[in-house]
Design a protein around this ligand. Structure first.
Ligand code: FAD
Length: 380
């Protein structure tokens, strides 16, 4: 299988990369430790729509550009190499737009999906809770029927975009024990958030959200194809592939920096790149990255062809995210003590890479999904 980009894909990624280098990458240092404010995110996303972010893979009939998943992945990869925090923020918003377009009523589509696809609105998803992470079947946030709507009570944790999102799509438990996804508007229905501190991706908001008996009309249900829990599990499959894209982009940025440094830094009278053990670090990392990238693009290709992707997405996610930890670690080593310095970018790449082994299913959960698919036996 050949994953060379077409001429058209290469041109759009190239023009987006030029925009990113000019307008996005200069912000990386400012937002390493500080969450990007909503106005900054919206202004950048508004401009990125020209290139297909966050409006790429959503179909034209739903207001997007109808790009293939492979093209969208290449675009997100280009953005993530420049500033992964913004790529992550955009991806969550585009995922919300897709969900609304595929399961919400016309009024919600008009009010929320349009704004998301234009980069003027930001969304988030609330599944994880303080008592429930790897096993979302255990969620405790409740949606109790009240007049023509639901009262929602509970809290969500580790919610990406949580502090800057205009709304949250909340996975909640109904009185009959089933689950539903409900769109809760931050201002109109009223929920609160608290920013959480974490190791990497400081520019990307990650929050705890609190729903204190929040009343939401029944029209805000996002009706699942089949069952809300299973549909949410399916949407995690493409989220896993995008996590792999972001990990590959981080690894690429770190490795490129290490290659440039290995050519220029001299020790023992020659560039360190001529020392065999440094060559080993570069060769091993480049091979791992190539393999991760092919595995990831293969998943998107399956998605474009409407083929099952649970196993491929889980493979790509654990392989690429763990690979990015190893590659960024090796890249820091090439830099010696400067690899640990905040004046060089590789320590940031290492922090960012480490974070991706957890969301959208930890490495262990993704391995269990792969093994379940191969063996036909589930360990969880
Ligand atoms: C930066 C970031 C962003 C996130 N964004 C979102 C978001 O936008 N929305 C959202 O809803 N959630 C989000 N999450 C939450 C994320 O999906 C969960 O953290 C993840 O599913 C793991 O849950 P947990 O942290 O509770 O770990 P736990 O489930 O408590 O797991 C702890 C450890 O036990 C292991 N473990 C658990 N069960 C098993 C098992 N059956 N077999 C083997 N090992 C097991 C895990 O692999 C892990 O090593 C985000 C998390 C992070 C870090």
């Amino acid at each position: 299988m050949d994953f060379q980009p077409s001429e058209e894909q290469a041109l759009s990624v190239e023009s987006m990369r030029r925009f990113v280098a000019r307008e996005v990458s200069p912000l990386v240092d400012t937002y390493d430790d500080t969450t990007m404010p909503a106005e900054v995110v919206k202004s950048l996303l508004g401009k990125l729509t020209t290139f297909g972010i966050p409006n790429g893979w959503t179909s034209e009939s739903n207001g997007g550009l109808g790009l293939s998943y492979v093209t969208s992945a290449l675009l997100y990869e280009g953005l993530a190499e420049g500033f992964v925090d913004l790529a992550g923020t955009a991806f969550i918003s585009e995922g919300a737009a897709y969900l609304i377009a595929s399961g919400a009523n016309e009024a919600l589509k008009e009010r929320y999906a349009k704004g998301l696809l234009a980069g003027q609105t930001i969304g988030c998803f609330g599944i994880t809770e303080p008592g429930c992470g790897s096993n979302p079947k255990e969620i405790a946030t409740r949606a109790v029927r009240d007049r023509a709507g639901y009262r929602i009570s509970g809290s969500k944790v580790w919610i990406s975009n949580g502090g800057i999102a205009d709304f949250c799509v909340v996975l909640a438990r109904l009185e009959d024990g089933g689950m539903q996804r409900i769109l809760v508007d931050r201002v109109e229905h009223g929920y609160t958030s608290r920013e959480m501190s974490k190791l990497g991706m400081g520019g990307w908001s990650t929050c705890e959200l609190f729903f204190d008996d929040v009343w939401v009309p029944a029209e805000n249900l996002i009706i699942a194809r089949g069952n809300a829990f299973e549909d949410t599990q399916r949407s995690l499959e493409s989220a896993r592939l995008f996590a792999a894209v972001f990990a590959n982009a981080i690894a690429r940025a770190a490795l490129d920096a290490a290659i440039a440094y290995a050519r220029e830094r001299e020790q023992f009278g020659k560039p360190i790149g001529q020392h065999r053990m440094v060559q080993d670090l570069i060769a091993t990392s480049a091979t791992e990255l190539e393999a991760a990238r092919l595995l990831t693009l293969r998943g998107f290709d399956l998605s474009d062809r409407g083929r099952p992707l649970a196993e491929a997405a889980a493979m790509a996610k654990h392989f690429a995210t763990e690979g990015a930890v190893r590659i960024t670690h090796a890249s820091m080593q090439v830099f010696g003590s400067y690899g640990l310095s905040k004046d060089f970018p590789v320590e940031r790449h290492y922090r960012n890479a480490r974070m991706f082994t957890v969301p959208d299913g930890t490495t262990q959960i993704n391995k269990l999904i792969v093994a379940r698919s191969i063996l036909g036996m589930s360990a969880f």
